[in-house]
Design a protein around this ligand. Structure first.
Ligand SMILES: C[S@@+](CC[C@H](N)C(=O)[O-])C[C@H]1O[C@@H](n2cnc3c(N)ncnc32)[C@H](O)[C@@H]1O
Length: 395
């Protein structure tokens, strides 16, 4: 029998992992106790985010616990565990029928009642939700009765529900067949959902939800670029959806006037989400990002836009922005830079690799490494050059 061990001191890998788990939990306990922060739990009212201060210990803990767990699965079970199609079926059922909002906060409801409300048989509802419960979405308090966990309660938020519905109804079929085949057309996802306000609205809500994840927080662009030194500046937030990032920028920097440009269906009613005191500095305009810019700008800002497009289209998009730039103007791009394999904690890398596959299936694009970005931005292609890259390993 071969024992997996550290050859230097002959400590088995499983023991090393247990020791990492023990020391990182001790560190997290020290920090949470010191800051009077509640400990993690699946309870309905447990906190939904963690303080930044535990980030390093949490990275170590998540990777070590996952490795230890996986080591004790037989190889076939390990691979089976990663096959997520049955998870997706459950999430599609829950989000399509707004099941999470049928369960009262702090109370319970029955599978039978959910069956009546959804028009789906009690047996199927029970199977789908009992599978969801193994993912810690809902809990069965007594036979036949379900209540919220913190995960299911999160799904009761209409924006979060839209996020999962967009994922399971737009992205998932596209991952199986490619977006165009799944939708029986030759148009891009944006052309297709742009024609249906409910689908466009769901997508815009999904973007807002993604931005609430600490890794995708607008604070990275607000905090890591010195917008104040630009002086009075007009910023075009190209593909800015419903303005959640524009609002964050205008809130912090009163020197900025931000014009959000997006497809008409994506920005329908977006103005109503802008706080009154920012309404004169955050505005919206329907504009095709491939059309030459008509308005002069100090900054053209593209956040999470280019990763949706293959190189050829990125170059077209960038070229279309150039006529807008005033002398000394700049294009600021905030987007994913793919790390080398193994360069960041595995649980974080997994999210990025999953996004990469999503880009491929839904957009015929990909998440880019710094070398890939150079190819898009090199001067002879787009008339631009990379001046500075700021990389934050948590984004
Ligand atoms: C991935 S989302 C990013 C949204 C936002 N910038 C953010 O950071 O959350 C890409 C955005 O590009 C917009 N978009 C796609 N094609 C477009 C087009 N042809 N013209 C204008 N906007 C477009 C989409 O509607 C969507 O809001």
């Amino acid at each position: 029998m071969t024992i997996s061990s550290d050859s230097a001191n002959d400590i088995p890998r499983i023991t090393q992992l247990a020791s990492t788990i023990s020391s990182s939990v001790a560190e997290i306990q020290r920090i949470l106790t010191g800051t009077h922060t509640p400990f993690p739990s699946f309870d309905e009212d447990a906190p939904s985010q963690f303080p930044d201060t535990i980030s390093k210990a949490r990275d170590l803990l998540l990777d070590a616990t996952a490795e230890l767990h996986d080591l004790f699965l037989e190889p076939l079970n390990l691979v089976y565990k990663q096959g997520s199609h049955n998870n997706t079926v459950c999430l599609q059922f829950i989000s399509r029928h707004n099941v999470a909002s049928m369960v009262p906060r702090g109370g319970e409801t029955s599978y039978a009642e959910i069956a009546t409300k959804t028009g789906i048989s009690e047996a199927i509802v029970t199977s789908l939700l009992r599978h969801a419960i193994t993912m810690r979405i809902f809990k069965e308090t007594r036979p036949g009765l379900v209540a919220h966990t913190n995960a299911s309660k999160t799904m009761a938020d209409p924006l979060v529900n839209d996020f999962f519905r967009s994922g399971t109804e737009e992205m998932w079929p596209a991952c199986v067949k490619g977006f165009t085949v799944a939708n029986g057309c030759s148009d891009s996802i944006y052309d297709v959902i742009g024609k249906t306000p409910s689908r466009a609205g769901r997508f815009a809500n999904a973007m807002k939800v993604l931005a609430t994840r600490p890794e995708y927080s607008p604070s990275f662009i607000v905090d890591n670029y010195d917008w104040a030194t630009l002086g009075p500046a007009r910023v075009l937030d190209v593909g800015g959806s419903q303005g959640h990032v524009a609002i964050a920028l205008a809130q912090r920097y009163d020197n900025l006037h931000v014009l959000v440009q997006d497809m008409a269906s994506m920005i329908a009613d977006a103005e109503s989400g802008v706080p009154d005191h920012l309404k004169d500095r955050v505005e919206f305009m329907s504009h095709d990002l491939f059309a030459p810019q008509v308005l002069p700008a100090d900054v053209v800002f593209l956040r999470w836009v280019l990763h949706n497009w293959s190189d050829k289209y990125c170059i077209e998009i960038l070229r279309a922005q150039i006529p807008a730039l005033k002398l000394g103007g700049r294009i600021i791009i905030q987007d994913t830079i793919m790390p080398e394999p193994g360069a960041i904690p595995l649980w974080r890398e997994r999210f990025l690799r999953s996004e990469d596959v999503n880009m491929m299936a839904v957009f015929n694009s990909r998440e880019r490494t710094i070398g890939d970005w150079r190819k898009v931005i090199e001067p002879e292609k787009s008339a631009l050059g990379i001046i500075e890259v700021v990389w934050n390993e948590r984004t």
